[in-house]
Design a protein around this ligand. Structure first.
Ligand code: UT7
Length: 329
């Protein structure tokens, strides 16, 4: 249970590229089919950022909307955290680029990397800072352009991913509302299951790493799938129980949007109905750190989340990492 000043989401925003890459488009690029992609993943299309665009462009667009939704200006921000595995640069941090572009003159800024769990890790880092009174307003962004590190000759991965950004502003909320509990975990022994091998200190960029596609995502899909199905329901249950509640109290679950079969398996094990689980994987594919805040923003703007509703966010990703949090809207 999060102690101290009650902290919650006071604004949301998201941004996706205009360009749509459909399953039919992918059929022309690799040996795949619309039928295979739809039945194995639930994905029908994904968005791809235009040439010259970068993660900070979408993070910025999402941030501007989240600030407007919260009714605050950038100079009120104390901290900006960007969760991403596709930063504009290795350094400086994408969060610092945003600090400058937004005019967040008072804000500290840093990036955080926890794969597709990155947004939940960032929220979990930010929330206690507000609860303790250290900071009052924090901008948390999940943004990734996975298209930039996807090998479009590898059918095992290229059908899955899309580009997007989602943002929230965290701040003080009335007593009884906001983030009730946080549950995080990791298992680094699974690091090889989902990895970008080159470009870091272990394998700096070379003509060989480029020729061998080592700057692209490599994934053991089957093992990640098994891990995800194993972890999602317990993770969600633990977050809810930590808040002193039970699954019967949950109004809406927003899971990481990776694969409809993973989401359905978790939903069935948790005893939730289809209406209780927000799904948009069909439209955007797996957008990594952006997946949960993008879904959250869509759910909120479509009227799916009412005041007082118990919302649970949960996700998993490279690392391996996982996280969940229970929020009273
Ligand atoms: O955010 C976290 C990131 N990752 C994930 O969440 C991914 C989790 N994993 C998955 O979603 C699924 O494992 C995949 C969608 C990646 C794959 O589905 P699957 O049911 O586990 O398929 P599979 O890997 O067992 O492959 C089944 C068959 C294989 O052919 P053979 O060996 O049975 O002849 C693959 O080569 O499907 C083949 N295959 C494809 N066929 C058509 C793999 N990718 C494709 C494709 N189109 N795109």
């Amino acid at each position: 249970m999060l102690q101290g000043i009650p902290v919650g989401i006071i604004g949301t925003g998201s941004a996706v590229p205009e360009l749509i890459l459909t399953n039919a488009d992918l059929e022309k690029m690799v040996d795949t089919s619309d039928e295979w992609i739809k039945t194995r993943t639930g994905i029908q299309q994904r968005r791809i950022a235009g040439e010259g665009q970068s993660t900070s462009d979408y993070a910025y667009m999402a941030a501007v909307k989240a600030l407007a939704d919260a009714g605050i200006t950038a100079d009120e921000l104390d901290l900006i955290i960007v969760a991403t595995v596709t930063p504009d640069y290795q350094f400086p941090a994408t969060a610092c680029l945003l600090q400058n572009r937004l005019g967040a003159t008072r804000a500290a800024a840093f990036d955080l990397s926890a794969g597709c769990s990155g947004f939940l890790y960032a929220v979990s880092t930010a929330a206690p800072m507000i609860a303790s009174g250290l900071y009052r307003k924090i901008l948390v962004i999940g943004a990734d352009l996975l298209s930039r590190i996807t090998n479009y000759q590898d059918r095992n991965t290229c059908v899955l991913f899309g580009d997007a950004a989602g943002a929230v502003v965290l701040g003080e909320v009335p007593q009884g509302k906001g983030i009730l509990s946080i549950q995080l975990g990791s298992d680094g022994s699974g690091g090889e299951l989902l990895i970008q091998r080159a470009g870091g200190s272990k394998a700096p960029a070379s003509t060989q790493t480029v020729a061998e596609h080592e700057h692209s995502i490599v994934m053991n899909g089957k093992e990640v799938f098994k891990f995800a199905v194993r972890i999602m329901d317990n993770l969600t249950r633990e977050a809810v129980e930590k808040a002193g509640l039970s699954m019967a109290d949950v109004d809406c679950l927003i899971p990481h949007q990776a694969n409809i079969r993973i989401i359905d398996a978790a939903r069935e094990r948790l005893g939730l109905t289809e209406e209780q689980v927000f799904v948009n994987v069909q439209n955007y594919g797996n957008t990594s750190s952006a997946s949960i805040p993008l879904a959250l923003d869509e759910a909120k703007r479509s009227g799916r989340l009412g005041s007082g509703d118990l919302l649970v966010l949960c996700g998993f990703g490279a690392g391996l990492t996982w996280g969940a949090c229970a929020i009273r809207m």
